[in-house]
Ligand binder design. Structure first.
Ligand code: GLC
Ligand code: GLC
Length: 818
């Protein structure tokens, strides 16, 4: 069953009923102010950092689902029953006669009708300001006038979301607000060390307001039935401590057929610390700099302009790469939603979604580096500064803080470092950035270690230390030591934890000198191939030789200890026993080394890569995607860690962990099997799974981190949508390897590997200042093989385009054949 459909023209996903299997969310914001919003207006907002600067509350893990949001109530003051309802369905859940939610690029609209009143709400965050707009348009379809009360509410968070949810003995006493000229200012802790506030404003004159949650809701009531909405008047409460909220009341008389637009603003504002109060010496918030912003965006015309600007911004982003293929699911994802998801992952890493509380995680080092590889073509300047921020959290050893906090950009000490794959991802991100932009100068950029002033070295040196980090940590088989974990956060081979509640990622009970990772070996070789090209530019032959030698030795180690006969092994544990081998009773084959080692070029010529991928097809591939491992671990293994803590079929223990699937697609494309590559692509493509929404449950427009595996009772059910490396990697797999339009350090490679049934396809793409119109023809119905390439009608030798920097538009024609 479907709960909506793609509106390709508007680039929206249209949800046609409010009771989706899970809240289907969207992300608002693309600079510093952000929000998540569900199809029933649930969600929350924050400034830069979902943990440290949370504006509004949200209750995860609650019943009913999706509690806390940007709620509006309509009350029929003429009073036929029901007297009040929510035009976004939640939180009252009173049945609506019509309902439609449209999630678009950076905005969400919800339209509904009940009792002859239609409500149209538009939520978005204008560019360049730290506020969100809720625009509400009401229309009276009745034959007579309607007297309505409109209530709008939000519940403020006391800034630090962790503290807000745990430290009640303090935070029940710190809440403070001011209400001036109908604007509610939330100023908890402003009296002391904070110099920022939140505000909630309305374009209409208020009939009343509340800032105390109890006053608004009434004792023992929830947002589903506030006493104040029922009675039709607010108490003008000023909260002292307890739970500060913003609630406003507007009375309207809507003539028959008439409409009215009301604008609400929820915003964040900082004052210079020496100008916090006005008059100076008082405790009153200085509103001089915020008032003009509020006034501006409370005007309908300004809101419309801001919305048009936001749309133009997204038009520009999406236009950078558009495709037309014979497959509608490919087009849905590549042309809109995959990009939208990449933008969200870039902004939030894994910090804030319906599944990520915003409290637990900052920006992941390996996560953000991988996100970049799908992002670089969208906003290269932002990619560049993200790379430099990430590199600045690298340690002098070449290792890296596993996460950093977006507000401070400092490495997170609680999680620390020692994930031995981390530093290598930086090499891949930098290579992807240069391949896209041609900006080799980034390698000369001075960057500190651990953000310590005075420790700056060029980014190129950082990359060298990344490589050296692996070489300094080789184990008994000459394979890289795994440390706390590699890409698979749950393969904790040095953890040996038997105490409940210990973090699998940071608990270490072994010296780490034995357990090795074949995956890191593959990743190292993959990175070293990029490094060779960079070394060629920066240092010359001796460095190139050194990296070639390192590759040769690593390959040797993989073939000696990492090959299991028909696939690559995964690792060696602390006892020196293989993981991911036919010798094991469970966890005999893992997906990660098959993908990464083939992507690194291992076994391509001698057939072993083919063999590994055939083993994947035989043992791991399912109709719902490719499993992470098989068979799943049926009990807890002290020597393996968290991976065996999950019941089989979930998460890292044998789900379809979607992030890894594109590695296999890429590997298949490298071996020339376009049918298989695209078939795998479709299995996890959310648009292609739209019809099984009752099973899949997550949004049909974005990838999920996992789909429950074959051994799980809920096989096929997705979880943890939105913030996953799946977004970037799938985009790379489809655009660069299957459609085969691939930036390389030396130019743009054209090497499609498509299903032979396709007649061809086209791609419009920006590349290093050019606009390319690429048409690919497949008259002989092959998978792969460029037989002729033309640039502006002239034949080119080979399939690499090296364009003059003339910034011009170019026609590119590609003929596939034998
Ligand atoms: C999560 C983590 C990511 C890790 C993956 C596999 O998605 O954010 O860093 O690679 O799980 O464990
Ligand atoms: C858990 C998850 C994994 C994630 C890790 C770090 O182990 O299973 O996906 O990467 O936590 O937060």
């Amino acid at each position: 069953m479907q709960y909506g459909y793609f509106d390709d023209e508007q680039r929206e996903y249209v949800i046609t009923r409010p009771d989706t299997p899970l809240p289907w969310i969207n992300f608002l914001g693309c600079e510093d102010y952000f929000g998540i919003i569900s199809n029933t207006a649930g969600g929350y907002s924050f400034y830069k950092d979902a943990r440290l600067r949370r504006l509004t509350r949200y209750r995860y893990n609650n019943a009913p689902l999706d509690t806390g949001g940007r709620y509006i109530y309509l009350r029929d003051d003429d009073a036929p029953s029901p007297t009040s309802w929510s035009p976004s369905w939640q939180p009252t859940r009173i049945p609506l006669e019509e309902y439609e939610c449209r999630h678009g690029m950076g905005y969400t609209t919800i339209r509904s009708r009940l009792n002859g009143i239609t409500a149209h709400m538009r939520y978005f965050i204008p560019l360049g300001v730290n506020l969100e707009v809720w625009e509400l348009k009401l229309t009276n379809l009745r034959p007579q006038d309607a007297n309505l009360s409109v209530f709008a509410t939000i519940e403020f968070c006391l800034w630090d979301a962790m503290d807000d949810a745990t430290n009640f003995q303090r935070n029940y006493s710190v809440g403070e607000v001011e209400v001036v000229d109908g604007v509610i200012y939330h100023k908890s802790e402003y009296r002391e060390r904070r110099d920022h506030i939140a505000y909630f404003a309305c374009s209409e004159t208020l009939a009343g307001f509340d800032t105390n949650r109890d006053a608004f809701l009434g004792a023992y009531r929830g947002f589903d039935a506030p006493a104040a909405v029922e009675s039709g008047s607010l108490a003008n409460s000023i909260t002292h401590g307890w739970q500060p909220i913003g609630a406003t009341h507007t009375r309207l008389r809507l003539p028959a057929g008439g409409s009215k637009t009301i604008i609400y603003l929820l915003g964040y504002h900082e004052n210079p610390s020496d100008q916090k109060f006005d008059p100076p010496g008082t405790q009153t918030v200085n509103k001089h700099s915020v008032t003009p912003i509020i006034r501006k965006y409370l005007q309908e015309a300004e809101v419309e302009t801001a919305f048009i600007q936001l749309q133009a911004y997204w038009d520009g982003l999406l236009a950078r790469l558009q495709v037309h293929t014979p497959d509608v699911h490919t087009d849905h994802m590549v042309n809109t939603w995959n990009v939208c998801q990449i933008m969200a992952a870039f902004s939030f890493s894994r910090s804030a979604s319906y599944f990520e509380s915003g409290i637990g995680r900052g920006m992941g080092f390996r996560d953000s580096n991988q996100d970049l590889i799908g992002f670089v073509h969208l906003l290269p300047a932002q990619a560049r500064s993200r790379i430099l921020d990430l590199a600045a959290t690298q340690l002098p050893t070449g290792g890296a803080y596993h996460q950093y906090q977006p507000l401070t950009k400092r490495g997170n000490n609680e999680v620390g470092s020692g994930f031995n794959d981390d530093p290598l991802w930086l090499v891949l991100a930098v290579a992807a950035y240069i391949a896209e932009t041609g900006d080799w100068d980034i390698l000369d950029q001075p960057v500190p270690y651990d953000n310590a002033p005075g420790s700056e070295e060029s980014l190129y040196h950082h990359l060298k230390r990344s490589m050296q980090y692996t070489l300094d940590r080789l184990g008994p088989h000459g394979l890289p030591l795994i440390g706390r974990a590699d890409w698979n956060d749950c393969l904790n081979l040095n953890c040996f934890s038997d105490s409940p509640g210990q973090s699998f990622q940071t608990t270490t009970n072994k010296d780490g000198k034995v357990a090795e990772s074949v995956f890191i070996a593959g990743l190292f070789i993959r990175a070293a191939r990029d490094m060779i090209q960079m070394a060629q530019k920066k240092e010359g032959e001796s460095a190139v030789k050194a990296y070639s030698m390192a590759i040769a030795l690593m390959e040797q180690a993989v073939w000696q200890a990492g090959w299991d006969g028909a696939w690559f092994r995964r690792a060696y544990d602390d006892l020196g026993q293989p993981v991911g081998s036919r010798e094991c009773t469970e966890g005999q084959i893992f997906i990660e080394p098959q993908g990464m080692c083939v992507m690194a070029g291992l076994g391509i010529r001698d057939g072993r890569a083919r063999q590994a991928l055939d083993s994947v097809a035989e043992r791991l591939a399912t109709p719902h995607g490719i499993l992470l491992l098989q068979p799943g671990y049926t009990h807890y293994y002290l020597n393996l860690g968290e991976i065996s803590s999950y019941p089989p079929g979930y998460k890292e223990n044998g789900s379809v962990f979607c992030h890894t699937n594109p590695w296999i697609m890429i590997a298949e494309a490298m071996l020339g099997d376009g049918a298989r590559a695209h078939d795998y692509y479709l299995r996890i493509n959310p648009s292609n799974r739209e019809e099984i929404s009752d099973l899949h449950r997550c949004e049909p427009y974005v990838y999920a981190q996992m789909i429950a595996g074959r051994e799980a009772p809920t096989f096929g059910e997705a979880k943890n949508s939105w913030l996953t490396g799946t977004a970037a990697w799938n985009y790379v797999a489809i655009t660069q390897w299957i459609l085969g339009v691939r930036p390389e350090l030396t130019g743009l490679r054209l090497d499609p590997c498509i299903p032979p049934g396709w007649n061809g396809f086209s791609v419009q793409r920006n590349f290093r200042g050019h606009r390319l119109h690429i048409n690919v023809y497949n008259p002989q119905h092959v998978s792969r093989g460029v037989v002729m390439l033309k640039l502006d009608g002239k034949q080119v030798v080979g399939n690499l385009l090296m364009l003059e920097p003339d910034g011009a538009d170019h026609q590119v024609e590609v003929w596939l054949g034998q």
